[in-house]
Design a protein around this ligand. Structure first.
Ligand code: TTJ
Length: 643
């Protein structure tokens, strides 16, 4: 016993040397310590099991999110991480792998292909950043178990009875010291990633269990149709039929070093939707491989149009027209991928563009020529897109012409503008209802704050084209007030306000309007969201007076916390609930919501364009409670609290 203990003390020192830099600078290894950061840990662990499947040694990967929402188990039925003692380290291989930086390298060579490169930071990084980690290996009829905490082994590798079969299981809990006390895995993010993996690696069984859900989730994903099946599913989800129906196409290539699969179709949607993956890992921000796909599609279609004399009269087809409504899945394998961006969502290898184009373009041309009736329907759809674009351009130019005459003269009548003309100082509050608008006008700082009350119905912009959107009075007024135009005439340098706040009641109507407005900004004025211009004001729901002090509570728990913490002795709290913004006095509104020194607001950001796309697609349907969640969830996620 004593010897064992001693050797563990020795090991601890070595571990500390090995993994200390990871705990010191976690962001260098995983991109950041926000929610993306700890999800990264999961992807890293998961990819080890997926690799074992890709290499043909496992069939099944199972992921369980435990009740606490933050510990998670990944299990596979592969060969099991080796447990034999490595002479150089005098420790079991598994312990070396989990406690030494880059120790995975040895196992990645030879016949062991690693899918990653993106998450290939190593399971030791996950271990270092986990409050606890337990590895269980079934091998040679024995179950081996070892525990770790913050990268250090807390027990030796022990045999814990006999077992059948082989496989590896890792349970870990990201360290709240690194990621903050609020850390929770997002079940939908995990589920979606697992489902995507099951399409990308056809035949693999993926089991997803979510013990935070009521009742507990237990689903199995297995798709022998691979990404061709994935495309069908994505198109169905987006509820825009294929043009022509059932016309998806699929390519597969393993030649001349380019390993690639792509599946693609045109639909009646007005946007382009590409899901791309490198080595099985999503590249949400696209990159050079997507560039290759886009180029291939545009050139193949142009070539088809020219050789068949289908060029339309009176309208020129742009690349965007050709790709409008296209839905594509692209899965490429790159030996040494280079990624860019905070979350490494973009592929940067320049050579990949030509490789993807070189494979896809001839394949697409052949498909078009072999399927003339499909090709003709696609070309007709593209010409329609070009004509619609020209029509909407005319419509949006009409609006901009009006706003361009003078930045003041054509402002909407109900806008109470600010006196400053410096966008850096100016803020616009879009306010629900006339009575709240009135209080806001009285409570604002008229030098820098403009108020635009909304009266009529806001159009659901999810489905609408630009010319339709610009006929809606409320949206038209917003565009005019903003001054930056819309559609092809959008020019962010003309934006009249540096910040735009949505100020709505904290009830379901208010949430609905906010959602409609966010949808409009997301679909038609996305740069405003991307630049961080759009904010959601956070008016309080309660006023709590205790003695001479006044407190504001955003919601019920907040109110109860204030009462608990601030009520001393005999002071009896006086509580008032605002049924809507209209019930607040101008002074109250100023103090809590308008005044930059005291107000609460949330900045709207897009952390994952795919998620956002899906959310907006899903939620602008019928389910009001889901819409409500959208706002609340997104809002609570936003880090940029402007207090
Ligand atoms: C390495 O080469 C010898 C046979 O086993 C190979 C291996 O490492 N297999 C393997 C690792 N299967 N599963 C894992 C694994 C699974 C999880 C959940 C976590 C980690 C870190 C590794």
């Amino acid at each position: 016993m004593a010897t064992k203990k001693e050797s563990y003390t020795g090991a601890d020192i070595q571990v500390l040397e090995g993994l200390e830099p990871v705990r010191k600078r976690p962001a260098m290894y995983i991109g950041g310590t926000d929610s993306t950061g700890y999800h990264h840990l999961l992807w890293e662990i998961l990819d080890n099991s997926v690799d074992e499947v890709i290499n043909g040694f496992a069939t099944t990967v199972e992921v369980t999110l435990h009740k606490d929402g933050r510990s998670i188990t990944v299990v596979d039925n592969g060969r099991g991480i080796p447990v034999d003692i490595m002479p150089k380290y005098k420790k079991p291989a598994v312990e070396v792998i989990l406690t030494t930086l880059h120790s995975g390298g040895k196992f990645e060579q030879g016949n062991y292909v690693h899918s990653g490169g993106l998450h290939g930071v190593g399971s030791s990084v996950v271990n270092a950043l986990s409050r606890k980690l337990v590895v269980e290996i079934k091998l040679d009829g024995k179950k081996h178990v070892q525990n770790y905490a913050r990268g250090r082994a807390t027990t030796p590798l022990k045999v814990d009875g006999p077992c059948r079969g082989t496989g590896t299981s890792v349970t870990f809990e990201p360290d709240p010291e690194i990621f903050g006390e609020k850390l929770k895995f997002d079940p939908e993010t995990v589920r979606e990633r697992l489902e995507a993996k099951s399409y990308l690696h056809k035949g693999m069984t993926v089991i997803w269990k979510d013990d935070t859900a009521h009742p507990h989730t237990h689903v199995t994903y297995k798709h022998d149709g691979g990404i061709a099946e994935y495309l069908t599913k994505v198109v169905a989800e987006r509820q825009k039929p294929m043009v022509p129906p059932g016309s998806a196409t699929f390519y597969h290539s393993r030649d001349n070093g380019v390993r690639l699969e792509a599946s693609l179709a045109w639909t009646e949607a007005t946007d382009e939707h590409i899901r791309s993956y490198v080595n099985g890992i999503p590249t949400n921000l696209g990159g050079t491989h997507e560039g290759g796909l886009r180029g291939a599609v545009v050139k193949a279609v142009r070539n088809y149009i020219e050789t068949h004399n289908l060029t339309p009269k009176g309208v020129t087809l742009t690349a965007e027209d050709i790709r409008e409504g296209m839905v594509a899945i692209l899965s490429t394998y790159v030996v040494e991928p280079q990624f860019q961006g905070q979350t490494k969502g973009r592929l940067n290898n320049p050579e990949v563009t030509a490789q993807v184009d070189g494979v896809l373009r001839p394949a697409l041309e052949k498909w078009l020529n072999d399927n003339k009736s499909i090709a003709e329907a696609v070309v007709a759809r593209i010409i329609l897109a070009a004509r619609a674009r020209e029509a909407s351009r005319a419509a949006s130019q009409a609006i901009s012409r009006k706003t361009a005459v003078s930045h003041r003269l054509n402002l909407p009548g109900k806008l109470a503008d600010c006196s400053s003309t410096d966008p850096g100082l100016s803020e616009l509050f879009i306010v629900e209802g006339d009575s709240a608008g009135g209080s806001a006008k009285q409570g604002r700082d008229r030098r820098t704050q403009a108020i635009l009350p909304l009266r009529g119905k806001v159009l659901n912009a999810e489905q609408a084209s630009t010319d339709k959107v610009t006929t809606n009075k409320e949206l038209q007024d917003i565009v005019s007030a903003l001054g930056c135009g819309i559609g092809t005439d959008f020019d962010i340098t003309k934006l009249r306000y540096g910040r735009v706040f949505l100020l709505m009641d904290a009830d379901s109507d208010g949430h609905h309007i906010a959602t409609l407005l966010l949808t409009f900004f997301y679909r038609h004025l996305r740069p405003l969201i991307e630049s961080g211009t759009i904010h959601i004001a956070q008016p309080p729901l309660y006023r709590v007076d205790i003695g001479k002090e006044t407190y504001w509570a955003l919601d019920e728990p907040d109110r109860d916390r204030i009462i608990r913490e601030k009520t001393k002795g005999n002071a009896k709290p006086n509580i008032m609930r605002f049924k809507g913004l209209g019930e607040m006095t101008p002074d109250e509104l100023k103090e809590t919501t308008l005044d930059p020194k005291n107000r609460m607001s949330l900045r709207v950001t897009i952390d994952n364009p795919l998620d956002t796309d899906r959310l907006i697609n899903d939620l602008m349907g019928k389910d009001v409670s889901a819409r409500f969640r959208f706002i609340m969830e997104r809002a609570s996620e936003v880090q940029d609290l402007d207090v």
